[in-house]
Design a protein around this ligand. Structure first.
Ligand code: C2E
Ligand code: CA
Ligand code: CA
Ligand code: CA
Length: 251
C-alpha cells in the first residue's frame, strides 16, 4: 500500500460507504445503519478495512477518508425514506483534533442529512488521553444533536469509571463476547452485566456480530436493545440499502 494509491482511490468511487442495519431486538424494526468504509480496487479487488484504515491513520489520510465516506453516505441517505440513524466511525486520533466538530458539521450540513440522526462511534482507546480537546469535541458533537456510541466495549483498557465520565448514548458490546456467549456461561454473564450496566447509566445497548437466531434470542431475553450482524444483514451499498428500507419494517 502506498499513500499515492490511497489518495488516488479517495478521489474516485473505489472507496465507498457500505451500510449495515441496526435492528431493534424486541420489534425487529430497522432503527439505523452503521456506515463501513469499503475499498474496491480495479486490480486487487476488495481491500480490507483492517488494512487500509490503519494505513490511512498513519499516513495522514484519515481526514480525507472520513470526508469521502461521510459525504457519500449522508448524500445518499438524505433521500431515503424513514427516520433511521447513521452511525459513523472515527479513528481515535481524530478526537484530538480541535477542528473535528467544524470539519464534520460542515460536511454533514452540506448534504442535508439531519445532524440529530448521526451517531458517532468511538473506541475506548480514544479515551486513554483524557485531554480537554476530546471532551470538548464530544460536547460540541452532542450539542449539535449527534449521539455518541462507545464501540467495541470490553476489548480495550478503559476503566469502568470512564463509562459515566463521558456522556455516551450507546454502548456497543464487542463481537467476541457475542460469539462466545452461547457456549461459555462466563461470557454470557459478562454480556448480561454489561447490558444491565449500560442501561442503568441510561445508555442504549447494542450487540455486534449477531450471526444466529440463538444469539438474537439470548440477547433479547437478556434485554439487549439493539442487534447488528449478518443475521440481520451484511454491509451493502447504498442502492441495496435503499431497496431494503423500502420493504422493511421501521420504528
Ligand atoms: P467496527 O467499527 O467494530 O465495525 C464492525 C465490524 O464487524 C465490521 O467490519 C463489520 O463488517 C463486521 N461485522 C458486522 N456484522 C458481523 C457479523 O455478524 N459477523 C462478523 N464476523 N463480522 C461482522 P469491517 O467492515 O471489516 O470494519 C472493520 C473495522 O474498520 C471497523 O470495526 C472499524 O473499526 C474500521 N472502520 C470501518 N469503516 C471505517 C471508517 O469509515 N472510518 C474509520 N475510522 N474506521 C472504519
Ligand atoms: Ca463501529
Ligand atoms: Ca465494533
Ligand atoms: Ca472493531
Amino acid at each position: 500500500m502506498s499513500k499515492r494509491r490511497l489518495s488516488d482511490a479517495l478521489s474516485t468511487d473505489a472507496i465507498w460507504p457500505a451500510f449495515q442495519p441496526l435492528v431493534d431486538l424486541q420489534s425487529g424494526a430497522i432503527i439505523g445503519f452503521e456506515v463501513l468504509a469499503r475499498w474496491t480496487d480495479s486490480e486487487a479487488g476488495a481491500i480490507a478495512p483492517s488494512d487500509f484504515i490503519p494505513f490511512a491513520e498513519t499516513s495522514n489520510l484519515i481526514g480525507a477518508l472520513t470526508q469521502k465516506i461521510v459525504q457519500d453516505a449522508c448524500r445518499k441517505a438524505a433521500s431515503w425514506r424513514g427516520d433511521f440513524v447513521l452511525a459513523i466511525n472515527l479513528s481515535p486520533t481524530q478526537f484530538q483534533d480541535p477542528d473535528l466538530f467544524h470539519f464534520l458539521a460542515s460536511i454533514i450540513s452540506e448534504t442535508g442529512f439531519p445532524m440529530n440522526r448521526i451517531h458517532i462511534e468511538m473506541t475506548e482507546s480514544a479515551l486513554l488521553d483524557d485531554d480537554t480537546v476530546v471532551r470538548e469535541n464530544i460536547a460540541s458533537l452532542k450539542s449539535a444533536g449527534m449521539g455518541i456510541s462507545l464501540d467495541d466495549f470490553g476489548t480495550g483498557f478503559a476503566s469502568l469509571t470512564r463509562l459515566h465520565a463521558f456522556p455516551f448514548d450507546k454502548l456497543k458490546i464487542d463481537t467476541s463476547f457475542v460469539r462466545s456467549m452461547q457456549h461459555d456461561s462466563g461470557s454470557r454473564k459478562i454480556v448480561a452485566s454489561v447490558i444491565g450496566l449500560g442501561q442503568s447509566l441510561g445508555m442504549t445497548v447494542v450487540a455486534e456480530g449477531v450471526e444466529t437466531e440463538e444469539q438474537a434470542e439470548m440477547l433479547k431475553r437478556l434485554g439487549c436493545d439493539v442487534g447488528q450482524g449478518w443475521l440481520f444483514g451484511r454491509p451493502v451499498d447504498g442502492d441495496a440499502t435503499e431497496r431494503l428500507l423500502a420493504v422493511s419494517k421501521q420504528k
